[in-house]
Design a binder for this molecule. Structure first.
Ligand code: NDP
Length: 443
């Protein structure tokens, strides 16, 4: 049995119930064979065994009272996975599906994503099995305050700097930051995604979506194409999806679909983002409402099967949303490129199908790294107490996304993977972190 197979087997024995975490580890390490052949020091230093075990894992109780005076109890998590190249960094997710398996899978992926940005940030993830949907502002505030009352002792600007993710947007970040500041009596960059009035960065809101489009365009350019005049299907209608759609439209593409967990809309004339922003960012309502404003559009209840013909597919909702049936639908309809805005939205079988059918595939850890990159820029601005302009940050974001694409494309061809950019991203991120771990000794 090889070093890699051995490690997958041993993790499956240790954590048999952590299916998503094991899938994420398998996806990354099964592409590292040529790296171990070239650099056996990674095997001698037992890097896989050390890298797949979080440095610290915290689970805590979060209690609050709802508007009717009932006491509610949730579980909170923070997994500080790896700090070889910088303080822990990664989002907080509030969603009923959150458990230790999901947080470990996301934290593991975050290590490599953060390394790819070229910025000094380690990997972490956290969250709670709390559902913000249908809660009042007061209930959200009470939950966030209770969550931070425990989390504050584990984070800080030089230790661990959380950010948002599913269910944690500007409102939640504000409440979390306010509670941290009160307890610590310190106004410091302990969390990113803050409002621009109190230490946030311009472009943070747009960064993951814009970055996804910059990355996709680079991938297309290297393959003699571009995003201009392309038909794009997007899933989700949250932070990532909205700003991916906005930048795609700015660069001359037409966005045909968006979705939420209830259903999806198809607008063959191109989605009107003013309507989407009103429904999602102002009214916090369901995407079904879109057809009240635009009678030409269609709404379909249930899962989105990616069966609307398009050139580019951007899954931006959640993990495992794009399975092999969806992948086959996209391939049958002639898709050229798929780039992941969400974290691991494509199943392993879907990715295999894309690669076998020469569909350009931009993996999440590279394609959606724009969010964490601008978070790190927010950290720098907080440290030096300076605010950069929109253009300045956007320009840095663009050059980071271009660099990421160039680096992973070089690595994938150097190690014999051709245009398999997923392998290139895994290798590029892994080497950077592994070398830092070896340099820092066994601890
Ligand atoms: P939001 O909460 O803003 O939006 C999530 C969107 O996905 C909503 O439209 C939501 O619909 C939909 N969705 C969530 N769960 C499901 C589901 N089970 N089935 C179908 N649709 C679903 O989250 P973000 O936009 O911030 O995050 C989206 C993805 O991008 C996540 O995978 C996240 O980890 C990843 N990501 C986010 C970054 C960021 O900067 N925000 C950075 C890097 C990655 P509904 O409202 O009905 O739940």
């Amino acid at each position: 049995m090889t070093y890699i197979e051995n490690q997958i087997k041993s993790l499956s024995r240790l954590y048999p119930e952590q299916k998503q975490f094991i899938a994420a580890v398998t996806e990354v390490i099964s592409t590292l064979g040529p790296v171990f052949e070239e650099k056996p020091q990674y095997i001698n230093n037992r890097i896989l065994e050390r890298l797949t075990e979080p440095e610290r894992q915290i689970q805590f109780k979060v209690c609050y009272t709802d508007d009717d005076g009932n006491i509610k109890i949730n579980r909170g998590y923070r997994v500080q996975f790896n700090s070889a190249i910088g303080p822990y960094k990664g989002g907080l997710r509030f969603h009923p599906s959150v458990n230790i398996d999901i947080i470990k899978f996301l934290g593991f992926e975050q290590i490599f994503k953060n390394a790819l940005t070229g910025l000094p940030i380690g990997g972490a993830k956290g969250g709670a099995d709390f559902d913000p949907k249908g809660k009042s502002d007061r209930e959200i505030m009470a939950f966030c305050q209770s969550f931070m009352t425990e989390l504050y002792r584990h984070i800080g600007p030089n230790t661990d700097v959380p950010a948002g993710d599913i269910g944690v947007g500007a409102r939640e970040i504000g409440y979390l930051f306010g509670q941290y500041k009160k307890i610590k009596n310190a106004y410091e960059g302990s969390i990113t995604g803050k409002d621009i009035n109190f230490g946030g960065s311009l472009v943070r809101k747009e960064s993951t979506g814009y970055g996804l489009i910059y990355f996709t365009n680079e991938m297309l350019k290297q393959n003699d194409s571009s995003i201009k005049d392309k038909k794009v299907c997007i899933s989700g209608s949250g932070n990532v999806a909205i700003y991916a759609a906005e930048k795609a439209e700015m660069m001359g593409a037409k966005v045909l679909t968006m979705s939420d967990s209830n259903g999806f809309i198809y607008d063959r004339n191109g989605i009107d983002l003013k309507i989407i922003k009103k429904i999602k960012e102002v009214d916090r309502d369901r995407i079904l409402k879109y057809i009240d404003f635009n009678k030409d559009a269609q709404y379909k209840e249930g899962k989105f099967y990616w069966d609307i013909p398009c050139d580019i597919a951007l899954p931006c909702a959640t993990q495992n949303e794009l399975d092999k049936i969806c992948a086959q639908n996209l391939i049958n309809n002639g898709v050229i490129a798929v780039a992941e805005g969400a974290n691991m939205p494509s199943t392993a079988e879907a990715v295999d199908l894309f690669l076998k059918n020469n569909v350009l595939f931009g993996p999440a850890k590279a394609a959606n790294a724009g969010g964490v990159a601008v978070s790190a820029i927010e950290m720098s601005q907080n440290s030096i107490r300076r605010s950069m302009s929109f253009q300045e940050v956007d320009q840095i974001l663009k050059s980071i996304m271009t660099n990421i694409f160039n680096k992973i494309s070089l690595s994938s061809s150097k190690y014999g993977y051709g245009k398999n950019y997923l392998a290139g991203a895994n290798i590029e991120g892994f080497i950077k972190v592994a070398d830092a771990m070896i340099a820092q000794g066994v601890n």
